[in-house]
Design a protein around this ligand. Sequence first.
Ligand code: MGD
Ligand code: MGD
Ligand code: SF4
Ligand code: MO
Length: 872
Amino acid sequence: MTAPVRSTCPYCGVGCGVLLSPEAGGGITVAGDPDHPANRGRLCSKGAALGETVGLAGRLLQPQIGGQATDWDTAMELVAGKFRAAIAEHGPDSVAFYVSGQMLTEDYYVANKLMKGFIGSANIDTNSRLCMASTVAGHRRAFGTDTVPGTYADLDAADLIVLVGSNLAWCHPVLHQRVLAAKARRSTKIVVVDPRRTATCDGADLHLPLAIGSDVALFSHLLVALYEGGALDAAYLRHVDGFAQTLEAAMGGTLDPTGLDPAQVAQFCRMWLAHEKVVTIFSQGVNQSASGSDKVNAILNCHLASGRIGRPGMGPFSVTGQPNAMGGREVGGLANMLACHMSLEDPAHRAAVQTFWDAPAMPEAPGLKAVEMFEAVADGRIKALWVMHSNPAVTLPEADAVRAAIRASSFAVVSDITAETDTARLADVLLPASAWSEKSGTVTNSDRTISRQRAVRRAPGAARPDWWQMAELGRRLGWRMAFDYAHPVEIFREHAALSGIAGGFGLDFDISGLAGISTQDYDDFAPQRWPIAARQGGRFFADGRSFHADGKMRMIPVRHRPPAARLAPRFPFRLNTGRIRDQWHTMTRTALSPRLSAHLAEPFVELHPADAAALGIAPDTLVEVTSPTGRAILRALLTDRVQSGEVFAPMHWTGETAPSARIDALVAAVTDPISGQPESKASVCALRPFGAAFYGFAVASGPIAPDTEYWARARSQTGWRVELAGAAPLADWEGWARGLFGLPEAAAQSLIDADRGIARIAFQDDAHRLLAALFVGPEPLALQREHLATRPGTEPGQVLTGRAPAHVPDPGPTLCSCFNVGVNTILTAIEARGLMDVAAVGAALSAGTNCGSCRPEIAALLGAAMRREAAE
Ligand SMILES: Nc1nc2c(c(=O)[nH]1)N[C@H]1C(S)=C(S)[C@@H](COP(=O)(O)OP(=O)(O)OC[C@H]3O[C@@H](n4cnc5c(=O)[nH]c(N)nc54)[C@H](O)[C@@H]3O)O[C@H]1N2
Ligand SMILES: Nc1nc2c(c(=O)[nH]1)N[C@H]1C(S)=C(S)[C@@H](COP(=O)(O)OP(=O)(O)OC[C@H]3O[C@@H](n4cnc5c(=O)[nH]c(N)nc54)[C@H](O)[C@@H]3O)O[C@H]1N2
Ligand code: SF4
Ligand SMILES: [Mo]
């Protein structure tokens, strides 16, 4: 056997190292890399299931023009022609690239160079605008550079870890395990600041369920408490400008907007006063806000005033979402950045980059930011658009309008690995990209560690790497020399050399030590954190020196502003959105895994039971959610994890998986005035029961798409499982089911009670194997879904009962996706065997013993069981 190849997980910004072993049949075995500093062998549920997501299902294999397969030469000639014509006729600002924090640094570098240096426009923006832009703006205001001060090692050394707007347990699970390990080892205190009680709250010492959008009020209060409690660092403050004004602004605020219990806030402030080693981890609950930049600076203000930055175990720590969000910031992929932390608006920086690139034209002003870019697509200012490695028709706010704009645009190119996505369906030209495990390059994770992604197999069909696609456009537009790359190492060397120029300006991102890297050394490249010249343990700012011209740090006076969308009688609820544990964004890869699909198999809205009662919404029914911009139908998940007046819905479902659950259709396109980041977590909405005439559940071997108002489909081990519901009753259930499954002739067994609106129909083939089954009723269906999902391909037997035979226990929804252990199995074991803690559940069932991502949920089940017992 050959040795496994080291690579990096393509999902979150933790940047876990993986070991890849190609299998004979084309598959890949994936294991955690014990030598990678980010994870030391650990993986979360998504990383552990990577092997299930690299098959050819759904892959885009050929370039397409207008939906017809073609070859690269024809496709690229058309693309280059359209871009050339638009630039010639309407100028460079009539074209745009919308790219992604999931691209490799090499891909990103080429795209940025082509747009900013050669096309001569800054109209390149990225989905990082929806993700990290507020942090970038906050860092630049405070530090004069976009630099994350700390490292992962600080989590091991902290005494207090504050998580603000971060569901770390589900979104950065391996880091969350690291935080919990620190707690077990040295009693680190953990505080979660989140309007919802998330899985991250299990194991926390304090949860502050603040009102959505009120973080500035909370951290301003904390600043005052640090001042009054004598926790300011006078020596550090000598390096800081703006202290007096910032404190004054903070003193002018109140805690009222947070809605928090003052006693809890006092406890939070006491914890800060008691511990010097504080790390504040923050993420989308902070960034995705119309006051996102101010929220970031409110947090940075507290760390600067108390001097808790840049030393072991302390500092503000923005965790990046995407695998190369950090790399994208390094290459300058945002419309208002240049490259290597140089500034587009600085003439000296511009001139230096222009000389280095030998570039014909450089823009002097920032380009269109994501939301503006798609507005410009809508109103025709953008004549040619290239979307790479993102699915904006799903993930941008006012997504229905974005979808319509791309559809109506004069020319849209989409590069993807997936043939059918909401955005790919709109492309004039669709280009097949090489996927993770087929391509080579580098990514930078949340703590500035650069790691390699490595190819372990050939790309299928005509798929080509993203960097190649961008370079090919550059060559065809006439800049043959500048884009004459044959291998990603050539791009990496150029990027590293350019960073030396940034270093010459005194900037922090300088990896010029790697400018001469040999192909062999690039192949062997082991993870390295920049600054490559290790200073202060890889940390920044302990000395109080910033990258502003005067070298001073800045505190920024900030004042609470409520979310931009105002609650009104027609739209009385705040709509919060975000992620679930086992899906990645628009699910194009994670939904290929049956295991990952079994955790939460359907889109839902979390709402408080009191609100549900007032609206007449019963558990498990469907809810119609409307906002000023859109409408969704979602499953009602009644829970006091959310506060009354606020609801939460996941961002993941799409036209491909649940067309009525595209949540960004409801999200208002309002942005932070400084960062341009959309407020994805604080729109307004109304809820009412969806008047379902019937509810249905189906299992089938193929991906069916019912013509009902609501449906949601997920992969299972044997095919597909589909939830559905319709507003009007149907007359002929069996006829409808035959059409749905495409089984006009198959033998059927059925139980139909038309008067009561109940129908159960199973189809089988000649060998008596179940092909498909449909269950329909007037109310939400109580069925053993996990059992039914295993049935296609087996003897139909008693399938119409909708239940497993008595001797086959129903596992319930999958909680532990590594060992495929369901909720019911765990609950039964807790009760029958008197299990008391997560370790005991692990010993009994293995659940939670591999990746650990489900441990918070097992803890919650244990807690609930204990509360039940105590109440009995
Ligand atoms: N499983 C999974 N993991 C992922 C991803 C994924 O798709 N799936 N995506 C990756 C990416 S790109 C990103 S950016 C990260 C995101 O990681 P996170 O930011 O942790 O994830 P979210 O669920 O978007 O939002 C976090 C929390 O913000 C809270 N929140 C909402 N409004 C406010 C507010 O006003 N104040 C505060 N304090 N909190 C608020 C929400 O209730 C939510 O629990 O995850 C990465 N990891
Ligand atoms: N309401 C709401 N909206 C949000 C958010 C939220 O919290 N709430 N979060 C926002 C955030 S933080 C983010 S990061 C965005 C993410 O939003 P997107 O980036 O739009 O979502 P993805 O599903 O990651 O899209 C990646 C696309 O790239 C394709 N792909 C995979 N590998 C490759 C490859 O190697 N090359 C190419 N060319 N394509 C590939 C995938 O098939 C997929 O279509 O969503 C944002 N939108
Ligand atoms: S925590 Fe999970 S998703 Fe994130 S990099 Fe590690 S294995 Fe991948
Ligand atoms: Mo993100």
